[in-house]
Design a protein around this ligand. Structure first.
Ligand code: AHR
Length: 504
C-alpha cells in the first residue's frame, strides 16, 4: 500500500504553544499518595516525594501540571492543605469516595513543581467554593501585598510569591457527577464574577473556563455558547475534555477516534469565533484541551477497592499497544490544531489513567502511552506545518474513509529540523510512504524511531516492555523524495535536518 505525504516548509499552521505538552495530577486514586508522594519510599527526597518518579517525569519536559483536580477540586477546601501537617484535617472526598489526609497541599505541590522545573496550572473550586475563596487562594499563591493570605504563605515558609499564571475556573461543572454541578447560566455567572475578581487581584494571570465534560454531553454546544456569553471578555481559554474507549475491541474504529477529536476541536473553535464576531471583540478565547487520554480498561478489569480507604487505588489503567497508537494520533491532532489549541494536558500523569506507574514501596515504570508523548514533547516543538496525506482509507464506525496513515509535521524553533510523527493504523498492511518536502534545499534524516512489532493488546509491566522505541532504518532518499516503509500497526518519528530553507 502506498501513501503520499507532502509537507511544505512554508505552509505553516501556527506556532506550537509549549503548553500543549502539559499533564495533570489530581487527588484521585494513587496519583498523589504512593504515586508522586511516598515519604517511606527509598527514593523519597527530603520532602517525601519519590525521585524515581520525578526522573520519569523530567524527560517529558512538561510545561504545566494541572492540580488538584478534576472532580476532587469541586469539594476541596484549599485551607485544609496548608500549614503544619499534624494540624491538617482528614476529610471524606465525595468525588472519589476516599479519605483525603491533606498531607500534600498547595505548598507541597508547587514546590515539587519548582524542583521538577515545571509550572502549575491551578484550579479554583467553583462547586462548594465561592469567588471569594478563589481569590483567597490566588492571594495565598501569588500575593505580593502585606495581606492575610499572602502573609500566611510567608508564615508557612514561602516568602516569594509562586507566580502561578494559569488558573482553571472550576472543573466539569456541567456534569451531574460533579459536586455542586451547575446549569450553564449558573456556571457562567459564577465563572464571570470569579474571573473579574481574580484578574483585579492579579492582572497577570490567564483563566480557563469550563467547556463541556465531553463531546457527547447532551448540552454540548449550548453550554459553550451560554458560558461564553457570560464570560467572554474575562477568560482566555475554554476547556475541552475527552477520553476514548475500546470496549468492543474494534481496534480500527478505536484508532479512528482522533478524527472525532479533530471535529470536536473545530466545533468548539467555531463557537468561540462566533462569540468573538457577535461581540465585535479584539479579544481571542483559545482552547485548553486540559483532559485527554484513553480510559476504559479499569472499569472492566480493575478490582474496585472499598470506599473510604486511603489511598484508594482506583482507575489504574493498564495501557496496551492500541492505546499507544491512539495517543500518537491524538497528539498529531493537537499539533495540527496548533492555531486554536494552546494548552493540552495528558490526563493524568502517575498511576491514575497515567503513563507512569508505581508500586507502593517498589518500582516505578512507564506504560505504552509514555513514548509517543515523550518524543513529541522532545521534538514536536516550534511551528506546526501543514501536512497533506493521501493514504488508503478504511471504513469503520467513525467514518467511511479513515486514512490508514495519520501524521503531523513540525519545524523546530531554530528552523533547522523537521520532525514527522506518523501512525500506521492498519493492523496488517505495511505502508510505503513517499514523503516530499517542498521549499527545502537539502535534507538528511538524523533520527528515525518506531514503536512496532507488538499486538493491540500488548502491555508493559514493571518487568517487561514489549512496547518500547527502537531505531528504524527502513527509509531512503531518492530524487528529493523520502521513502519510508512504515510497519503495520506502528508509530514512527522521523527527524530531518534541513540545511537551507528555500525562499517562497
Ligand atoms: O481525570 C479523571 C477525571 O475525569 C477528572 O477528575 C474529571 O475532571 C474527569 O471526569
Amino acid at each position: 500500500m502506498t501513501t503520499q505525504i507532502r509537507i511544505d516548509a512554508q505552509a505553516r499552521i501556527a506556532a506550537i504553544d509549549d503548553r500543549i505538552y502539559s499533564s495533570f495530577i489530581e487527588h484521585m486514586g494513587r496519583a498523589v499518595y504512593t504515586g508522586i508522594y511516598e515519604p517511606e519510599h527509598e527514593s523519597a527526597d527530603a520532602f517525601g516525594f519519590r525521585q524515581d518518579v520525578m526522573e520519569m517525569i523530567r524527560p517529558l519536559n512538561l510545561a504545566n501540571i494541572r492540580y488538584p483536580g478534576g472532580n476532587f477540586l469541586s469539594g476541596y477546601n484549599w485551607l485544609d492543605g496548608i500549614g503544619p501537617k499534624e494540624d491538617r484535617p482528614v476529610r471524606p472526598d465525595l468525588a472519589w469516595f476516599a479519605l483525603e489526609p491533606n498531607l500534600v497541599g498547595t505548598d507541597e505541590f508547587l514546590q515539587w513543581c519548582e524542583r521538577l522545573g515545571t509550572s502549575a496550572m491551578l484550579g479554583v473550586n467553583l462547586g462548594t467554593g465561592t469567588p471569594q475563596s478563589a481569590c483567597d487562594l490566588l492571594e495565598y499563591v501569588n500575593g505580593t501585598l502585606p495581606t492575610q493570605y499572602a502573609n500566611l504563605r510567608r508564615a508557612n515558609g514561602h516568602a516569594k510569591p509562586y507566580g502561578v499564571k494559569l488558573w482553571c475556573l472550576g472543573n466539569e461543572m456541567d456534569g451531574p457527577w460533579q459536586i455542586c454541578a451547575k446549569t450553564a447560566d449558573e456556571y457562567g455567572r459564577i465563572a464571570c464574577e470569579s474571573a473579574k475578581m481574580m484578574k483585579w487581584l492579579d492582572p497577570s494571570i490567564e483563566l480557563v473556563a469550563c467547556g463541556s465534560s465531553y463531546r457527547t454531553m447532551p448540552t454540548f454546544g449550548t453550554w459553550e455558547k451560554t458560558v461564553l456569553e457570560h464570560c467572554y471578555p474575562y477568560i482566555d481559554y475554554l476547556s475541552l475534555h475527552q477520553y476514548y474507549q475500546n470496549n468492543d475491541g474494534d481496534v480500527p474504529s478505536f484508532l479512528a477516534r482522533s478524527v472525532e477529536m479533530d471535529r470536536f476541536i473545530r466545533e468548539v473553535a467555531d463557537i468561540t469565533r462566533a462569540e468573538k464576531a457577535r461581540r465585535d471583540s479584539d479579544h481571542d478565547v483559545f482552547l485548553s484541551f486540559d483532559e485527554w487520554n484513553i480510559w476504559y480498561h479499569f472499569q472492566s478489569e480493575g478490582v474496585i477497592p472499598e470506599k473510604w480507604t486511603f489511598p484508594r487505588a482506583i482507575e489504574e489503567e493498564r495501557y496496551d499497544g492500541a492505546d499507544a497508537l491512539l495517543v500518537g494520533c491524538m497528539i498529531n491532532t493537537l499539533l495540527r490544531n496548533a492555531d486554536v489549541v494552546k494548552i493540552a494536558c495528558l490526563a493524568q500523569l502517575v498511576n491514575t489513567i497515567a503513563p507512569i506507574m508505581t508500586e507502593p514501596g517498589g518500582k516505578a515504570w512507564v506504560q505504552t502511552i509514555y513514548y509517543p508523548f515523550l518524543y513529541a514533547s522532545r521534538f514536536g516543538r516550534g511551528t506546526s506545518l501543514n501536512i497533506l496525506i493521501d493514504s488508503p482509507g478504511y471504513a469503520c464506525s467513525v467514518g467511511d474513509a479513515i486514512p490508514s496513515v495519520d501524521g503531523a509535521a513540525t519545524l523546530s524553533k531554530d528552523e533547522n529540523e523537521i520532525a514527522l510523527f506518523l501512525v500506521n493504523r492498519s493492523l496488517t498492511q505495511e505502508q510505503d510512504c513517499e514523503i516530499s518536502l517542498a521549499n527545502l534545499c537539502a535534507m538528511r534524516v538524523i533520527e528515525c524511531v518506531t514503536l512496532c512489532g507488538f499486538s493491540a493488546g500488548s502491555r508493559n509491566t514493571a518487568d517487561t516492555a514489549p512496547v518500547h522505541p527502537a531505531e528504524f532504518h527502513h527509509y531512503a532518499s531518492r530524487d528529493g523524495t523520502l521513502h519510508v516503509n512504515l510497519p503495520a500497526f506502528s508509530w514512527t518519528m522521523i527527524r530531518i535536518r534541513i540545511d537551507t530553507l528555500a525562499q517562497p
